[in-house]
Design a protein around this ligand. Sequence first.
Ligand SMILES: Cc1cc2nc3c(=O)[nH]c(=O)nc-3n(C[C@H](O)[C@H](O)[C@H](O)COP(=O)(O)O)c2cc1C
Length: 361
Amino acid sequence: MSQAETNPQRRMQLGLFMPNCSNAYSISTYKPDPGDWTYESNLKIALAAEAAGFDFLFPVAKWQGYGGETDYLANSLETFTWASALLANTSRIHIYSTVHVPVFHPVATAKMGATLDHIGKGRWGLNIVSGWSEHEFGMMGIDVMPHAERYQRTAAYIEILKGLWTEPPGTFNFECPWYTITNGNVRPQPTAMPHPTIANAGVSEDAKDLVSKWCDWAFISPPSVAEAPAVVADIKTRAATQQRAVQCACYPFVLWRDSAEEAERERRRVVENIDRVAVDNWARGLNIQSGSFDNFTAEMYAFGGGALPLVGTREYVAEQLKVLYDGGMDGFLMVMLDYYQDTLRFEREIMPLLREMGVPL
Ligand SMILES: Cc1cc2nc3c(=O)[nH]c(=O)nc-3n(C[C@H](O)[C@H](O)[C@H](O)COP(=O)(O)O)c2cc1C
């Protein structure tokens, strides 16, 4: 039985993996709009995405760039303050922040999150990442913990957030090797029920265990369309054994032109202008103790930082999104070459095709 048959409410949720960092996300010197990372540009893209009917916007949280000729992701807009401004200037679209567990104390995150929930009237969500970059954390004197322990701490972190957001203020107590919370108090509490959406980004065994027990969404990175359904099924089955439901989203790079050849030429332009130094720095950091990105090639990193390439005609891109959706993927954090123009084009050229194919949006 397909996912749609088991859940008639189900629909494809469209989002953008926003360019809140410079040179996002191709590790390449070919970049049609190099200034897209600025706040003004992010706001323009956010308003276009909201007008198109997209469901959510999602940033990347970075503290350091990755060098090379592109100085990959060197300028980055911090994701809580970024979300605050975008929530204040939009009215319908959901907006995420991403927290690195070792950087912000959970009480501070709960407080900032509750504030963002009030600013956005329930439209804010939190992506929680355990933190992997020695390069970034080294700057702060924070050690990157062993993989399994990282995720144990992240589970405790989420338990604390949920406690602070849902228990009567001043009553939540928690003790674990990393945090002691005494009479935890966050007021106002968020308006979103039962609490703001919580996501985790990662696909290791530890990440899948965590997401199935504690999160609403799994943000994952399958290396191909064909391999996606198995990853999704694994996560959803683990959640079902916990009597929980988890939705899954991946980040495809959608690049379409009038002909497949034209689209492929554009993809080649990106990968032929690869910034090898930055690709090496990026891949070296990401693979530490993870295993999640073992099958990724330098070309995949160059094209979209590891995004899943969907390159061809508009019909091809729409079909592949439908294949992923039918295989259990609920949402898409789309990467684009020219975010503003491509968001307008996506609304005009791809969304009608998805509707024609019977995909509920
Ligand atoms: C969709 C997605 C978004 C991510 N966003 C961030 C981010 O903003 N900042 C960050 O440091 N890591 C980010 N990551 C990396 C993950 O947090 C994680 O470290 C990586 O997937 C490896 O984790 P794993 O070993 O559990 O699979 C992201 C990963 C994915 C798949």
